[in-house]
Design a protein around this ligand. Structure first.
Ligand code: FAD
Length: 235
């Protein structure tokens, strides 16, 4: 429901609304905010990777993902937000503060389809929370590579030493694509049997094409989920 008349938004909120309270907001790296929320669980409970929506105006909602679930009641959520998007969702999140009450929208979790057990996880800053939620549960040592603003590389690499962080260049996806093509060439992916590609829509398509054309992975072993697209608001 990225955009809907207010009356529809009210109906959705009446069905999927979960009362929540902000416990904390911190900046783990330039360009990122980490939200800690307490939120009443939907049917089936909260799961890492759970997709949620914030209703940021009466007619607009924006999608985010739960990175961590904890607390004695499993209703303590961690959400990592990339503040690089210059829209109403990011502006609304920047105004959150500890103690603020809000309603988030969520139904039962529908997990992303993941193939194989030796996986590649690729994405940009807005996908880091979901990639981390998935990679943490992944069987064999996953390969995780994320494109983030240059000044966020060092603090994020300190926090996630097993992940590779690439500095975002002038064009979204360019750094990831160059890394991917090098990795294909040097055999890094010889033992992989699945991939999850999240983030910038146009970049995901190029990444999937490179993996399939080089026969690194068959198309069915690659899951893609666009999180944003150039010149599109609220996917
Ligand atoms: C299922 C799903 C889960 C998601 N989970 C998360 C999450 O956990 N954390 C998170 O940070 N984001 C997440 N996103 C992405 C987030 O919903 C988008 O970035 C969203 O568009 C931001 O809303 P906005 O109102 O700030 O910008 P919009 O009004 O949607 O867009 C404004 C402008 O910013 C551009 N833009 C949008 N997103 C980005 C971006 N990430 N980087 C650069 N430019 C951008 C658009 O192309 C547009 O030109 C998720 C998206 C989906 C679909």
């Amino acid at each position: 429901m990225p955009q809907a008349p207010a009356v529809i938004g009210n109906l959705v909120e009446a069905t999927l609304g979960r009362p929540a309270r902000v416990l904390g907001v911190r900046e783990p790296a330039p360009g990122f905010l980490e939200l800690e929320l307490h939120a009443t669980a939907p049917p089936g409970g909260w799961q890492p990777g759970h997709e949620i929506q914030f209703r940021v105006t009466p007619t607009l909602a924006r999608r985010y993902s739960v990175r961590t679930v904890g607390g004695p009641d499993a209703e303590h959520l961690g959400i990592l937000v990339d503040t690089g998007a210059a829209g109403p969702g990011t502006a609304w999140i920047r105004r959150l503060y500890a103690g603020r009450r809000l309603t988030l929208l969520a139904g039962r979790q529908r997990p992303l389809r993941e193939s194989g057990t030796r996986r590649l996880y690729l994405g940009d800053g807005c996908a880091l929370g979901t990639l981390d939620a998935c990679a943490t549960r992944s069987g064999d040592a996953p390969v995780v590579t994320v494109e983030v603003p240059a000044d966020a590389v060092a603090p994020l690499a300190d926090r996630w030493p097993l992940y590779r962080f690439l500095p975002l260049g002038e064009t979204p996806g360019e750094a990831l694509q160059s890394w991917l093509e090098r990795a294909i060439g040097d055999g890094t992916f010889a033992r992989l049997d699945g991939a999850l590609l999240l983030g910038h829509a146009q970049s995901l398509l190029r990444q999937r094409r490179a993996l399939v054309d080089s026969r690194s992975l068959p198309r069915h072993a690659i899951t893609t989920r666009p999180y944003w697209a150039t010149d599109r608001e609220g996917l």
